[in-house]
Design a protein around this ligand. Structure first.
Ligand SMILES: NC(=O)c1ccc[n+]([C@@H]2O[C@H](COP(=O)([O-])OP(=O)(O)OC[C@H]3O[C@@H](n4cnc5c(N)ncnc54)[C@H](O)[C@@H]3O)[C@@H](O)[C@H]2O)c1
Length: 260
C-alpha cells in the first residue's frame, strides 16, 4: 500500500453496508458509491458480494468485499477491525442483512426463532457496538437499520420476523437517545414489499406465482411493489447532510401498505 492509498490519506468517507450481496443491500451499496462513499461490503454470500463490488468498480467507485456471518460476535468484531485498518473508519453503517421464516408462533422452532433474532437483531447490535467507538471518537456517524413494516404492524405467519424487526426499531431509538450528543444519528427504515431476490424466492415457491405476486402488489395503495433503488434513495438521503434532523425515527416506506 503506498502512502496515497493508505486509509488515513484518503478523504473519501467510508460506509459499511451489510447484506450487500443482494437486493436492498446491493442497491444501497451502488447508490452510496455514486454519492462518493468508499464501501466495505459485509455479507455471508461471497459470490453476490463480489458481484456488487465489481459493479461498483465498473462505475469507478471503490468497494471491498468481506465475508462474515453477522450473527457471530467474533466474526463481526474481527471484520470491523479489518475494515478500520484496511479501508478506514466508517462514518456510516447501514444494517441491511436479514432473513425471514414463514411461521406463526406455534409453527416456529427454537432454531428458527434463534436464527431470525440472531441475524436480524443481534447482527445490527454487534455491528453497531463494534463501529460506534470510532464514530464517537470522530464526533460523527450515522447508523441506519433496515427494519420492516413488520416492525410496525403484525404480518401473518411472520412471528419471529415481526419480533426481530420491532426489536430493531427499539434498538434504533435506544442508540439515538444514548449517542445523539456525541454526534451520532440512528434511524430505522421500514420498507413495505420490495421486489428483491428474497421476494423472488417466496413467489417462486408459491403454488401460483403470478397470483401470489398480484396479491403482494395489491397490498400497496397503487398496486405496485417497491424497488430496491427506492429504498436506497431514502437511505442515501437520511445518511446525508440534509438528513441531519432525522434521528431515532422509524421511516415507513411502503406505498401506503400500513395506512390501508
Ligand atoms: N424485500 C422486502 O420486501 C423487504 C421488506 C421489508 C424489509 N426488508 C428487509 O430488507 C433487508 C434486505 O432484504 P432483501 O429483500 O434485500 O433480501 P435479500 O435476501 O435479497 O438480501 C439479504 C442479504 O442478507 C445476507 N445475509 C443473510 N444472513 C446473513 C448473515 N448471517 N450474515 C451476513 N449476511 C447475511 C444475504 O446473504 C443477502 O445478501 C432485510 O433485513 C429484510 O428484512 C425487505
Amino acid at each position: 500500500m503506498n502512502e496515497d492509498s493508505h486509509p488515513s490519506h484518503r478523504h473519501q468517507p467510508v460506509a459499511v453496508v451489510t447484506g450487500a450481496a443482494s437486493g436492498i443491500g446491493r442497491a444501497t451499496a451502488l447508490r452510496l458509491a455514486r454519492e462518493g462513499y468508499e464501501l466495505a461490503l459485509l455479507d455471508v454470500d461471497p459470490v453476490g458480494t463480489a458481484e456488487t463490488c465489481e459493479r461498483i468498480r465498473q462505475a469507478d467507485g471503490r468497494a471491498h468485499p468481506f465475508r462474515v456471518d453477522l450473527s457471530s460476535p467474533d466474526e463481526v468484531a474481527s471484520v470491523v477491525g479489518t475494515v478500520e485498518v484496511n479501508v478506514g473508519r466508517p462514518t456510516l453503517l447501514v444494517n441491511v442483512a436479514g432473513i425471514g421464516v414463514a411461521a406463526t408462533v406455534l409453527e416456529t422452532s427454537d432454531e428458527d426463532w434463534d436464527r431470525v433474532l440472531a441475524v436480524n437483531l443481534t447482527g445490527p447490535f454487534l455491528t453497531t457496538r463494534a463501529i460506534l467507538p470510532s464514530m464517537v471518537a470522530a464526533g460523527q456517524g450515522v447508523i441506519i437499520n433496515v427494519a420492516s413494516v413488520a416492525g410496525q404492524i403484525g404480518l401473518a405467519r411472520r412471528a419471529a420476523y415481526c419480533a426481530s424487526k420491532a426489536g430493531l426499531v427499539g434498538l434504533t431509538r435506544a442508540v439515538a437517545v444514548d449517542h445523539a450528543k456525541q454526534g451520532i444519528r440512528c434511524v430505522a427504515i421500514c420498507p413495505g414489499t420490495v421486489e428483491t431476490e428474497w421476494i423472488g424466492k417466496i413467489l417462486a415457491n408459491a403454488e401460483d406465482p403470478a397470483a401470489a405476486r398480484a396479491a403482494m402488489a395489491a397490498r400497496q395503495l397503487d398496486g405496485q411493489l417497491g424497488s430496491p433503488d427506492e429504498i436506497a434513495a431514502v437511505i442515501a438521503f437520511v445518511a446525508g447532510a440534509e438528513g441531519r434532523f432525522i434521528n431515532g425515527a422509524a421511516l415507513i416506506i411502503d406505498g401506503g401498505l400500513t395506512t390501508a
